[in-house]
Ligand binder design. Structure first.
Ligand SMILES: C[S@@+](CC[C@H](N)C(=O)[O-])C[C@H]1O[C@@H](n2cnc3c(N)ncnc32)[C@H](O)[C@@H]1O
Length: 254
């Protein structure tokens, strides 16, 4: 994983991945590295996609890049999302469903991909560990689960606070081969992007991206199911306590 200074996407002091992403996404995106490295990471995923493979895109939203690539090389693409529309555009989901109720059979996909979605699952009522269980359940043995997510940007813990040990532990419940790469952690020559200047805990922490890759190389463990509690309550319970209090203060305008 390159630092921004050594990245092939840096040209004349501009992040070309960001310029590209602005055109590709067709919706508002945050500045580099958040709105840029995802492009490069997803392009990296396509190197793993071969003719005849089965690919599942979790929280696919509206961005057709992976779907179109699969079509081009003769791979089968499936996408799921909880929403029919995202930013007023129809999602590309083949099935509108929550990951917590994933309806695909066991051992079905060569690659299970999630671009900027894992940090939101619990906000939509799916415990992160249960969501991962579902991803590994439908992944073929020796297949791969590939997730990228922002750190210090938004979403539930452990992603917003950047608790890496916890993130690693989550994946190691399902895999012995987990790598986590940090993209844009050193954002020079770009200014650090601090998303929460008024949130004491993160007021000096800039946002960046992690690229998590895991192989399904162990038997699926038994875990307890998705906790049946109201979605909104689950969302709050999955935030870092200090973030919850910060949001509450904002809401009450204190
Ligand atoms: C930030 S968007 C990213 C969309 C797309 N992957 C992209 O890169 O443009 C996150 C997406 O994840 C979906 N999502 C979040 N939690 C989900 C869940 N539990 N099950 C299915 N989709 C979920 C949201 O509806 C949203 O479309």
């Amino acid at each position: 994983m390159p630092t921004c200074l050594n990245c092939s996407e840096l040209s004349d002091g501009q992040c070309m991945a960001y310029q590209n992403a602005k055109l590709e996404y067709g919706r508002p995106i945050p500045p580099p590295p958040i709105g840029a490295c995802t492009m490069a990471i997803v392009r990296g995923y396509t190197k793993l996609i071969k003719k005849g493979m089965n690919v599942l895109d979790i929280g696919c939203g509206t961005w057709p890049y992976l779907r179109d690539y699969c079509k081009e090389v003769g791979a089968n693409y499936e996408g799921i999302d909880t929403q029919k529309e995202y930013y007023g555009v129809k999602t590309i989901a083949s099935r509108i469903e929550n990951l917590s109720e994933l309806s695909y059979p066991d051992d079905n996909f060569d690659l299970v991909i999630g671009n900027q979605t894992i940090e939101h699952w619990a906000e939509y009522g799916c415990d992160t560990v249960w969501g991962l269980y579902q991803c590994f359940r439908v992944c073929k043995p020796e297949g791969k689960v590939l997730m990228n997510a922002p750190i210090h940007f938004h979403g539930v813990a452990p992603f917003l606070p950047g608790r890496f040990d916890e993130i690693e532990k989550l994946f190691m419940t399902f895999s012995e081969t987990v790598t986590i790469e940090r993209w844009g952690e050193d954002p020079r020559p770009f200014s650090p992007f601090i998303a929460h200047r008024k949130y004491k805990k993160l007021m000096n922490s800039h946002a960046f991206i992690i690229d998590i890759r895991a192989v399904k190389d162990i038997a699926l463990p038994m875990i307890s199911g998705n906790k049946r509690i109201p979605m909104r309550l689950k969302r709050w319970l999955n935030y870092d306590v200090s973030y919850f209090l910060y949001l509450l203060r904002l809401k009450l305008r204190l």
